[in-house]
Design a protein around this ligand. Structure first.
Ligand code: PLP
Length: 385
């Protein structure tokens, strides 16, 4: 026979008496009010309390507070995915007749999402610029937001954050950066005047390819607006379990990044000497040191390179010969990954995005770097045999 009273007691005991070192997963949808008066006080905003996980949850709060501190922001809101965070932010802050400028190789789904807002009367312009000043020519009277990544996650272009923020502030334009590549440890855009920082927690922050999540970090005003509309109504809430996994990932983020930074340096040195590589994209290689020195405290381990004289056969042989790079989307976990941008028949789309058919995105994980370099050499040999 189940003893209901004892089951309830043991739950309370766990929460009150065990001083767990790891944060608790508060895996609940709803929270109790103490009594009717408490219920009234909370609803009249006289007292604050957790009430429902689509709004707030203690495990989510820990992650929000930690990441807000790391990004030097006032506060943060977590979401069920990076795209959940991106779409909620944009939908909360723009309205009909507004215009958004999208700069350089922003994550593809973000670009498509913004372009789809045309259905609701929100205009956008997607631009490729070689220097930050070039952006300003595309700003219009009704530009409400400049959305960018820096470094971006396909060609790794960098922009001058302070130049963008100074220009935008004079015109009441909201600046939003996707800072996923750099993480809060290697770049803090809010310090340079950018209004809103977004991360996909599915990458380095989670760190183990086992969760999907996102976060927006900013000041009280913007997070309040994003919470009230984008979080509560759109409902892309991060689960407590995923928040807990992200907290676990966060604990090892500094050591993982340090090790991966060393590995990516060695891989780049190897690629620079390879006769099979036409071009390498990574801030360490092709960005002016004025920008890297000013904004980056370290280098992420996601890079791209272009295979020389690439044909579909060369790409296939190269990818299939790799033993230690898994052919898979995403990045930021333990395993090294490879992602050719060519997917069999998308030449036209690649041309529009300014990408070569032989453009290969590669994520350097936590394996021994010597093993990875040997694997690359072997795959080049097979590809060009
Ligand atoms: N931003 C960048 C730079 C990404 O690479 C991705 C996903 O690959 C996203 C945002 C979207 O994040 P999520 O997959 O968590 O929705």
């Amino acid at each position: 026979m189940l003893d209901q009273e004892n089951i309830c007691l043991s739950v309370e005991k766990t929460q009150r008496e065990y001083k767990s070192v790891a944060p608790e997963i508060v895996q609940t949808s709803s929270f109790q009010f103490d009594d009717f008066q408490h219920y009234v006080d909370v609803n009249m905003n006289k007292k604050s309390a957790y009430t429902y996980t689509r709004g707030e949850n203690p495990t989510l709060t820990i992650l929000e507070e930690k990441l807000a501190q790391l990004e030097k922001g006032e506060c943060a809101k977590v979401f069920a995915s990076g795209m959940g965070a991106i779409s909620a932010t944009i939908l909360s802050l723009v309205q009909q007749k507004d215009h958004i400028v999208i700069v350089n190789t922003v994550y593809g789904s973000t670009v498509k999402f913004i372009q789809n807002l045309e259905r609701f009367g929100v205009e956008s312009t997607k631009i490729d610029v070689s220097s930050t000043e070039d952006i300003f020519a595309f700003v219009k009277e009704n530009t409400k937001m400049i959305y960018f990544e820096s470094p971006s996650s396909q060609k790794f272009e960098m922009l001058d954050l302070e130049m963008i923020s100074q220009f935008a502030k004079q015109r009441n334009i909201i600046t939003v950066i996707d800072n996923t590549w750099a993480t809060p440890l290697f770049q803090n855009p809010l310090v340079h005047g950018i209004d809103i920082v977004i991360h996909s927690c599915s990458k380095y922050i989670g760190g183990h390819s086992d969760l999907v999540g996102g976060i927006v970090i900013s000041n009280q005003k913007y997070i309040h607006e994003i919470n009230e509309f984008g979080q509560i109504f759109l409902g892309a809430t991060m689960s407590p379990m995923n928040a807990w996994l992200a907290l676990r990932g966060l604990r090892t983020l500094p050591v993982r990044l340090k090790s991966q930074e060393q590995s990516v340096k060695q891989v780049i040195q190897f690629l620079q000497q390879s006769p099979y590589v036409k071009k390498i994209y990574h801030p360490m290689v092709h960005t002016s040191t004025d920008l890297t020195d000013k904004y980056l405290k370290g280098y992420g381990s996601l890079l791209s390179f272009v295979l020389k004289d690439a044909t579909p056969d060369v790409i296939e042989r190269f990818v299939d010969s790799l033993k230690h790079f898994t052919l898979a989307y995403s990045w930021g976990g333990f395993e090294s990954l490879v992602m050719p941008v060519w997917k069999g028949s998308n030449e036209e789309e690649l041309k529009k995005r300014g990408l070569d058919i032989g453009h290969i995105r590669m994520y350097i994980g936590l394996e021994e770097v010597e093993l990875l370099i040997e694997d690359l050499q072997n795959a080049f040999n097979h590809a060009y045999q």
